[in-house]
Design a protein around this ligand. Structure first.
Ligand SMILES: [Zn+2]
Length: 291
C-alpha cells in the first residue's frame, strides 16, 4: 500500500465506509484489492463492531465479543493487501424490529457521526469514497444509516479545496442474484457441519436482497475482479464467524459458481452526477488513462 497524501498534495486513493466488519469483503473486496495492487492507498472505515453478529433467533443469543469481529476485519484487510481499518466503535443496531441497544449506530447523534467521518476524510484524504446505496443492499438499519451518514460526510468534505473528488454507492446487480443464490446453495451443500435453520429475519433479509438489487442499466461501474478472486475469498474467509467457506482451495465443482457470483462488483456514481449509459470498468482509471 502506498502512503496517504501529505498536506498540499492532491487527494489520493480510496476509502470505503461501511457499517459492519464483513460488509467491505462481501461487497467489494476485489475492487479494494485491485486498488491496492495499483499502488493506491486504501482503507476501510467500519462504523460498528458488528457485535450482534452471533448466531441465534434472539438478540441476547446474537451478542458477541466485539474484539472477535474487529480481529476478523484486520485479517480481511491484510488478505486484501490494504491499510489498517478505522473503527468508529458504535454498537450494532441489529435487524429491523429488534429494538436497537444503547450505544448503537442508529441511536447516535447523526451530526456527531458525520463529524467523525469528515475528520477521517480530512486525515486520510482519499480521492474516492464508497459506501452502501440508500437501501443498504438488503435494508439492514445500520447499512441504511451509514449510507446516509457517509454520503453527508462526503458532501461536507468535498467542498474543501483538496477534498474527495468522487462518491460511489456499492450495489448488487439484478443479474448477479441468480449466481449468488447458486453459490450460497453450493456452500450449504458443501458444509458438513450443523447449520441452524433459517430464521424469519434470514428469510426477510433474502427477500429484501432480491427486491433492492439494481437493474443493469443503472450501474455506472462494473469491476471485473476475477484476477484477485483468491484475495476476495481469503478476505471473506477471514470473517469466520459470519460465513463458512471451504478450507483451503475452492472445490473444483464450485469454482464456476463462485466466479459468477463474486467476480463482478457494481457501483452507482453519486458525485459527480452520473451520466446514464457510460459504463466504466474501474473506479479510479479514467477513460483517458489518468486517475
Ligand atoms: Zn452489514
Amino acid at each position: 500500500m502506498s502512503d496517504r497524501p501529505g498536506p498540499g498534495m492532491a487527494p489520493q486513493g480510496l476509502l470505503a465506509i461501511f457499517a459492519h466488519p464483513d460488509d467491505e469483503s462481501f461487497g467489494m473486496a476485489g475492487t479494494l484489492a485491485l486498488a491496492a495492487e495499483a499502488g493506491l492507498p486504501v482503507n476501510v472505515v467500519c462504523a460498528t463492531d458488528g457485535d450482534l453478529g452471533g448466531e441465534g433467533g434472539t438478540v441476547a443469543e446474537r451478542v458477541m465479543d466485539p474484539e472477535i469481529r474487529r480481529g476478523e476485519l484486520r485479517d480481511a484487510c491484510r488478505a486484501m493487501g490494504i491499510g489498517e481499518p478505522v473503527f468508529l466503535g458504535y454498537g450494532d443496531s441489529g435487524m429491523e424490529g429488534w429494538g436497537p441497544p444503547p450505544g448503537s449506530l442508529v441511536l447516535a447523534d447523526p451530526d456527531e457521526v458525520v463529524g467523525r467521518i469528515v475528520a477521517v476524510l480530512r486525515e486520510l484524504r482519499p480521492a474516492i469514497v464508497v459506501t452502501f446505496d440508500p437501501n443498504g443492499i438488503y435494508g439492514h438499519p445500520d447499512h441504511r444509516a451509514i449510507s446516509r451518514l457517509a454520503t453527508e460526510g462526503y458532501r461536507r468534505a468535498a467542498v474543501d479545496p483538496d477534498g474527495p473528488r468522487a462518491l460511489y454507492h456499492q450495489v448488487v446487480a439484478q443479474t448477479q442474484l441468480w449466481a449468488l443464490g447458486n453459490m450460497f446453495a453450493a456452500l450449504e451443500s458443501a458444509d458438513e457441519g450443523e447449520r441452524p435453520a433459517p430464521t424469519d429475519d434470514d428469510r426477510a433479509q433474502q427477500q429484501a436482497f432480491a427486491a433492492f438489487a439494481i437493474p443493469d442499466d443503472a450501474i455506472d461501474v462494473a469491476v471485473d475482479v476475477r484476477s484477485v478472486i483468491d484475495r476476495k475469498l481469503a478476505a471473506m474467509r477471514a470473517h469466520a464467524t459470519q460465513i463458512r467457506m471451504p478450507d483451503g482451495g475452492i472445490p473444483p465443482a464450485m469454482v464456476e459458481s463462485m466466479e459468477a457470483a463474486l467476480g463482478r462488483e457494481c457501483f452507482v456514481r453519486v458525485d459527480p452526477q452520473r451520466v446514464p449509459g457510460q459504463r466504466r470498468t474501474s473506479l479510479w482509471e479514467q477513460p483517458g488513462g489518468s486517475r
